[in-house]
Design a protein around this ligand. Structure first.
Ligand code: UGA
Length: 439
């Protein structure tokens, strides 16, 4: 089938590339001419495992192309995906102006039937607005349908998630729209759930919010573990074995980040308020998440005494491993709080340093994890990159001024670390060095 993907960010690029990979003819659009030039050269502006190779190959064999003109996509593609940004406004609501602009431009160029599919994460009822917007310009109702097909791609494994999804949600407004979307996804084996558009929109917001709330739940439990002497890893294991709870997203740490959970929780809450049914649990989940970063900083402070003049090695800036994305990364707030106490930060991240340099003033950047640890009073593990888990900790210890590790992700083996002579502190984890701790 012929597909147009409007917006070539994380979601758009992965969607376009993977749809081309499963046999469709895809044209990706973005109004950022520089980005399109980079993509045409076969490069991806983001780090996403497997994406660049696929994109290069599909561009070469002619199944994937790039343009800055929405018009080109509307003219040639029978299905148009809206994958533009829906950033948060100051008040937490989703800013849908890009969705509106794209809808208008599609309408202005509509000459024959097109299926317009929202893929960006949007609040419930956005489909209705898209429909109304297009209808106000194109009165011929038979010329288009609107559908919702939310994505469940995780950064770092987005290509795999697209090609092997748990489920495909099709929010379709007509039998024709459903037929076309079923045909589009035919090469992918997955359970297909067909719903109305509003339910599809809600499935996305509710799924992300549920996962984020699950993380906040275990983070709150982790603090109770710290305070009481229990171990959150054991608690999570015991809870997760109940299939009604499940083991995933029960990893305690410094809280969730990224461009999805924080903004989706806020947007979902705003929408619930607008609808007159405020979903207070989401506010609490956000609050716990915010507090988690300060909790980690307090832990560092309470074990190092004064931070003024101390050098802290920070391993990892990205909001999670296998991505260079630093949007809403816990590292940003944590570093700012540590700097405010007078600490000197020496940081390293395998992929995110180029982006991080632009937003983190006053940080010294190291060429590898060892250079970051050299002369440091403590090491803070902030992102769970494999490179850090496999580091030579004997060497790390020999480089540091004081052998102290704060594991913000609960990923190191406490026994092995303690055996090497480090002091080890994590989130809600029992370790020998916790005895007598102030937090
Ligand atoms: C998330 C969802 O998992 C995807 O299903 C969804 O499609 C995507 O948002 C989106 O809306 O586009 P992503 O933001 O890439 O994906 O990252 P996750 O792997 O879900 O992690 C989110 C944050 O939670 C990260 O900061 C991660 O470190 C943290 N996390 C995750 C925990 O702190 N504990 C856990 O147990 C799991």
């Amino acid at each position: 089938m012929k597909v147009g993907v409007i917006g070539s960010g994380y979601v758009g690029l992965v969607t376009g590339t993977c749809l081309a990979h499963i046999g469709h003819q895809v044209i990706c659009v973005d109004n950022d001419a520089e980005k399109i030039a980079v993509l045409r050269r076969g490069k991806t502006p983001i780090y996403e495992p497997g994406l660049e190779n696929l994109l290069k190959r599909l561009q070469k064999n002619g199944r994937l192309s790039f343009t800055t003109q929405i018009k080109e996509a509307v003219r040639s593609a029978e299905i148009l995906f809206i994958c533009v940004n829906t950033p948060p406004k100051e008040n937490g609501e989703a800013d849908l102006s890009a969705v509106e602009n794209v809808s208008r431009e599609i309408a202005l160029n509509l000459k024959e039937y097109r299926l317009i599919v929202e893929k960006s994460t949007v609040p419930v009822q956005t489909g209705e607005w898209i429909y109304k917007t297009i209808k106000s310009i194109q009165s011929d109702e038979g010329l288009f349908d609107v559908a919702s097909n939310p994505e469940f791609l995780r950064e770092g494994s987005a290509v795999q998630d697209f090609l092997k999804p748990d489920r495909i949600i099709l929010g379709a407004s007509s039998p024709k729209a459903e037929r076309m979307l079923r045909e589009l996804y035919k090469p992918i084996k997955a359970r297909v759930v067909v719903t109305d558009i509003k339910s599809a929109e809600l499935i996305k917001h509710a799924s992300n919010s549920f996962l984020a709330a699950k993380i906040s739940f275990i983070n709150a439990v982790a603090k109770i573990c710290d305070a009481s002497g229990a171990d959150v890893e054991n608690v999570a294991l015991g809870m997760g074995l109940d299939p009604r709870i499940g083991p995933h997203f029960l990893k305690a740490g410094i809280g969730f980040g990224g461009f999805c959970f924080p903004k989706d929780l806020s947007a979902f809450y705003s929408m619930s308020e607008k609808l007159g049914v405020p979903f207070h649990l989401l506010k609490e989940a956000l609050q716990i998440n915010q507090e988690q970063k300060a909790y980690f900083v307090r832990k560092v402070e309470s074990h190092l005494w004064n931070l003024k003049g101390k050098t802290l090695a920070v391993w990892g800036i990205a909001f999670k491993a296998d991505t260079d994305d630093i949007r809403f990364a816990p590292s940003l707030d944590i570093i700012a709080m540590l700097q405010a106490q007078g600490a000197h930060i020496r940081a390293y991240d395998p992929q995110a340093m180029a982006r991080a340099r632009e937003v983190l003033p006053g940080v010294s950047w190291a060429k590898d994890p060892y250079a970051a640890a050299k002369g440091a009073d403590a090491l803070l593990l902030i992102t769970e990159w494999k490179e850090f888990l496999q580091a030579d900790f004997k060497k790390v210890k020999s480089l540091m001024t004081q052998p102290v590790i704060f594991d913000g992700r609960n990923v190191l083996d406490p026994k092995a670390i303690l055996k090497l002579g480090f002091q080890y502190f994590a989130i809600g984890r029992q370790t020998e060095s916790r005895v007598g701790a102030l937090v």
